[in-house]
Design a protein around this ligand. Structure first.
Ligand code: ZN
Length: 782
């Protein structure tokens, strides 16, 4: 082992299990940086050992450590490094992501089994480094073409986090060699490679190595690492670059940056904020704040998810099902808010943190912590998985949960800041090193009261900052039994400055009540129910026998008095923590029938989005308002012969969204189908035409008009019930003047009970005979 000054530094580190404070966590003094930051953090939250959560948040943090992080097979993580090129092209990212999450979790819990794994992983990973410093999973001939700068990014993040908190600096030479290799390989000098071309998504993927290169610069003080960071910022603005900063300063829209790839872009922005912290360029912060505002106002789902199809899209273009809510995006969005909170000290970022943690992040984590979902959409089934294969998100989710203790409570120049409310203990140090303990007792968000007791050696003058949730209409704060006036400061926190004494009690009350969000754009005609900070969802496991699935649920109107939402203790299957609740609400059957009178309320129970679908059942956030008297197929399960390249729906009641079967190939037949859980009696079927293109998008009627087929038994055989008689005389190459939105009807001779209906025909090829496809906007039935 090479001796150097960094390693000598370790002798001065204090690493003990702090028995005096009665904490299980490892009491840590992080390894200091050599380079001071130009921008001082407003909030100090670099130490996950200070906050021990024991309520709902604590249960999820603990489950993440005990049922996921400590259970990971480290040899599986190293497989692609030990035997290159590994099982798939970006398999190299997992070990660094695990090192980051597991280190934070170990600092929080002090679990010796996890520490043992960490030491093994760090040592074994560095053994896989090649002589020239390369620590990716690619063969030499394939280097720097896809995801290996990306893997170096995560290896640096993981190993730097490991060194910082364990004090074991043995991986430092390996990190330096990685940094040196990147510096020698990429740059705008002659003979060096263009980093934009070294990976996917207009360079967003490889250039996200900015974040750990800034960290490596600060840790070592090596100027060349900073030079590489400066080169990356220049490369962003090259003609072939993603133009991150310039786009965010001018257009102020994240969907206009690069190709809009959300995970990679937010990873770059997290690096940009690290760069801002180090050098203090205000334009960088301005660009990031523009990105934040744009996402919050135009591109954020109600649960805190922030993408579909892994991209940012046009304003309010937020379909409920279209590979919505990639968990990697959820976690980098969380990190982005945590960075902004740390840098600015503004409560609006803590507000987003509470919202994304309690809804989308926990919604992606299986309640017992053992598995994660990749796309966690606004309806459907939670796609929980516990393997890493092909799942970037499976190693991202645990990072988000492991970060929670770092920002739940912290300190600033004036005193103590409380961001998240959960039972537990925070052992903090004021700026002058005075120790202050906060013991919080609550079952929030299942209980309105939050009691915080201060622990102090004597008397101390400081400010206690409390985040008042923006969703809450009635908050109160009592100190030692006296109500205090609530006037948030410019940073958004209620600040109470006084001389505090040991045992002083602060009692907060956040009135928990239901709220309705009336849907617009793609959720026109639907509403979502929230309770306190929680987004609620229907879950098929809570509906009983009266409604056949979540799509059979509707609300009579958007009136809270009619819905009469009230919490009650969760039944056993939904008791994911001692305070778990479900929410009784008056619903109506979606479809009018003789047995269910219009307007008759049917009490059902909703569950928090975080717990929805945990038992494997279907769930749904946005619930239609009013009974469907016209279209019997609305919101039912849709499918088509080929998935196509447009994300739309034929059952959403909106004729402006359409789908296609385009895949660049020819086909003899295409179909658009809707199937039902419970049978419906149909008298007629209406096919609303989708968009036509130069190279197809219609049915070729020269071989016969498109047929309407039905299933008379569940998942039964398709039988022809009629044709779309008015369909024009199209050919393979002529759309015969067809327009998007045109309606074609097939009338049945008598009402027919069906479980499914589809329209089938021969797709048209337009001017490109090598392929053919059809298009549909809606399939309706009465
Ligand atoms: Zn992912």
């Amino acid at each position: 082992m090479k001796q150097n000054s960094e390693m000598k530094l370790i002798a001065g580190l204090l690493i003990t299990v702090n028995a005096a404070l009665g904490s299980l966590s490892a009491a840590i003094t992080p390894v200091p940086d050599k380079v001071a930051c130009a921008v001082a953090d407003r909030h100090a939250f670099t130490q996950p050992d200070q906050v021990r959560l024991t309520g709902w948040l604590g249960a999820r943090v603990e489950a993440n450590e005990a049922n996921r992080l400590v259970k990971i097979d480290v040899d599986r993580l190293l497989e692609g490094y030990r035997k290159r090129p590994g099982r798939q092209s970006w398999d190299g990212e997992h070990v660094g992501k695990w090192l980051h999450a597991a280190t934070l979790a170990w600092v929080n819990t002090g679990d010796p089994a996890l520490r043992h794994k960490l030491d093994y992983a760090a040592a074994e990973l560095t053994k896989c480094q090649l002589k020239d410093g390369y620590l990716g999973t690619y063969l030499e001939k394939d280097r720097w073409t896809e995801w290996d700068v990306w893997a170096h990014k995560y290896n640096l993040i993981g190993l730097i986090t490991y060194m910082r908190y364990t004090g074991n600096m043995e991986p430092l030479p390996a990190c330096r060699r990685m940094g040196d290799l990147l510096c020698n390989t990429f740059g705008d000098e002659p003979g060096k490679r263009d980093i934009i071309k070294a990976g996917w998504h207009v360079g967003l993927a490889p250039t996200s190595v900015l974040e750990p290169m800034v960290l490596l610069y600060r840790l070592t003080g090596e100027q060349r690492y900073l030079d590489l960071c400066k080169y990356i910022l220049r490369a962003w603005e090259h003609p072939n670059g993603p133009k991150i900063i310039s786009t965010l300063l001018t257009l102020k829209r994240v969907d206009k940056v690069g190709n809009g790839k959300a995970y990679e872009m937010l990873s770059c922005l997290n690096g940009a904020l690290e760069y801002y912290r180090t050098l203090g360029d205000p334009k960088i912060l301005e660009a990031c704040l523009n990105a934040w505002k744009d996402i919050v106002e135009q591109r954020l789902y109600i649960t805190g998810a922030a993408s579909y199809g892994e991209l940012f899209h046009d304003n309010y273009d937020l379909p409920n099902v279209a590979n919505v809510g990639e968990t990697c995006v959820t976690v980098t969005w969380l990190q982005f808010n945590a960075q902004l909170l740390r840098l600015t000290g503004e409560a609006r970022f803590a507000e987003q943190l509470e919202h994304v943690v309690l809804n989308q992040l926990f919604g992606a984590q299986k309640c017992d912590g053992s598995a994660w979902g990749y796309y966690v959409q606004m309806e459907g089934k939670k796609p929980y998985s516990s393997t890493l294969d092909g799942h970037c998100c499976l190693s991202s989710g645990p990072r988000g949960v492991a970060l929670i203790p770092t920002f739940a409570a912290s300190t600033d120049d004036a005193g103590v800041v409380v961001n998240l409310y959960d039972a537990g203990t925070a052992k903090l140090r004021l700026k002058d090193q005075t120790p202050v303990t906060l013991v919080t007792e609550t079952r929030y968000p299942a209980e309105e009261q939050i009691r915080i007791t201060l622990g102090l050696a004597g008397e101390k003058d400081f400010t206690l900052k409390l985040r008042m949730p923006a969703w809450c209409r009635a908050t109160s704060v009592q100190i030692k039994g006296q109500l205090v006036a609530l006037a948030p400061g410019p940073d958004g926190y209620v600040a109470v400055r006084r001389s505090w004494k040991d045992g002083d009690k602060i009692e907060l009350r956040f009135k928990l009540e239901p709220r309705i969000v009336v849907g617009d754009h793609k959720n026109n005609g639907k509403l979502a129910v929230l309770y306190g900070p929680l987004v609620l969802a229907a879950d098929a496991d809570l509906l009983g026998d009266r409604l056949p699935g979540v799509k059979a649920v509707a609300f009579s109107n958007a009136d809270l008095a009619v819905l009469a939402v009230s919490p009650e203790p969760a039944p056993d299957k939904f008791k994911t923590w001692p305070g778990a609740q479900v929410f009784r609400v008056n619903a109506i059957p979606r479809r009018a029938s003789k047995s269910a009178q219009a307007g008759a309320n049917l009490p059902i129970r909703l569950t928090p989005f975080a717990d929805a679908g945990n038992g494997g059942a279907e769930y749904r956030v946005w619930i239609p308002v009013g009974q469907s008297e016209g279209d019997l197929l609305q919101d039912e399960k849709e499918s088509r012969s080929r998935s196509g390249n447009v994300s739309g729906s034929i059952t959403d009641g909106a004729a402006d969204t359409f789908v296609v079967t385009f895949d660049g190939k020819a086909a003899a037949e295409d179909w658009f189908a809707v199937t039902l859980d419970a049978p419906a009696e149909l008298k007629r079927v209406v096919f609303v035409h989708g968009k036509t293109f130069h190279d197809g998008g219609w049915f070729d009627a020269s071989v016969g008009q498109p047929q309407v087929q039905v299933q008379t038994t569940k998942e039964g055989k398709w039988e022809t019930a009629g044709v779309l008689k008015d369909y024009p005389a199209t050919t393979a190459t002529s759309a015969a003047g067809l327009k998007a939105g045109e309606r074609f009807t097939c009338q049945f001779p008598k009402a027919t009970k069906v479980f499914g209906v589809r329209v089938v025909g021969k797709p048209a090829s337009g001017d490109d005979v090598r392929q053919a496809f059809a298009s549909c906007a809606e399939l309706l039935a009465e």
